[in-house]
Design a protein around this ligand. Structure first.
Ligand code: PAF
Length: 282
């Protein structure tokens, strides 16, 4: 496995693979890798000749007062996990390399980025689309693996790939959960033991919402939404950001649940940690 930090070097490597007709599989990450990331590596291994993982904590997707400075990092551990999973290249540039002085070009998606996390974190998705456009240009993937856990990010990036004509196929990995149901996230490492019970309420609320839809046949969004919120509100250290039922392609609120299209989606702060989770219906 090679670790590359220079833009020039990654460009030379990926251009050469492209000339040779090799298929590049790519997993963009901010490091502090967990089973969710590694499942994405495994998901595209079969179809890819070359596997690239990027590790870059992207400052432009963090708002003022968010956790950029505290974002968990452990490069040695990340590299050893990548080696274990037979990744060919880790691309891990410095911030200065990716955002040269006076950089003034950004990429923004302006429809599905709008509500939900985009409302709570108004500059977040612009940072995500900008960094992913850069990484796609540099890593030249045939396939990019993205997780369903970040449902809105997934749709935003699919839109960007379509709208900007990146010749990339998106492969979606299911949410990987801890044994108790908590969706895997690098931020889980911040959760204090005494707040774990509250963090689990996200999954419990989603399961209860799904049961109302699947087992009780409810299609009206209001009782399902109320159920999500009333479960979340039992958490003493939990503050709901949103709990909604949206269309999985547009991320806009639904008036009626449509199996195969609707998605239950939640964001909440547990203590000071912002957690997100979602569940597809049907
Ligand atoms: O999901 C993430 O870890 C990040 O948002 C991504 C896609 C790597 C961009 O920085």
């Amino acid at each position: 496995m090679e670790v590359i930090s220079s833009i020039e070097e990654i460009q030379q490597i990926t251009l050469q693979f492209e000339r040779e007709g090799k298929k590049i599989g790519f997993v963009p990450t901010m490091g502090f890798l967990h089973e969710g990331h590694l499942s994405l590596v495994e998901l595209i291994r079969e179809r890819s000749d070359i596997l690239i993982v990027s590790i870059f904590v992207n400052p432009t997707q963090f708002g003022a007062g968010e956790d950029l400075g505290k974002y968990p990092r452990d490069m040695e551990r990340d590299l050893s996990l990548c080696r274990k999973h037979k990744v060919d290249y880790v691309f891990s540039p410095s911030t200065e390399e990716i955002y040269p002085k006076f950089a003034s070009t950004y990429v923004s998606e302006e429809m599905v980025s709008d509500g939900l996390c985009g409302h709570a974190r108004p500059t977040h998705f612009k940072g995500v689309t900008t960094i992913c456009a850069k990484l796609f240009n540099l890593c030249r993937p045939t396939f990019v693996a993205l997780g369903q856990k970040d449902a809105q990010q997934l749709v935003v990036l699919k839109r960007m790939i379509r709208d900007l004509h990146f010749p990339i196929e998106v492969i979606v990995g299911p949410t990987v959960r801890e044994a108790d149901g908590l969706a895997k996230s690098s931020r889980n490492s911040y959760i204090k033991a005494e707040h774990r019970k509250d963090a689990l309420l996200l999954y419990q609320a989603l399961e209860a919402g799904r049961a109302l839809v699947n087992e009780n046949g409810i299609r009206d969004v209001d009782p399902v939404k109320s159920e999500l919120i009333s479960i979340l509100q039992t958490g003493h250290s939990l503050k709901v950001n949103y709990a909604d039922i949206v269309d999985r392609e547009t991320m806009k609120p639904e008036s009626e649940i449509e199996m195969g299209r609707s998605i239950l989606i939640i964001a909440a702060w547990v203590d000071k940690i912002r957690l997100i989770d979602n569940m597809l219906l049907g």
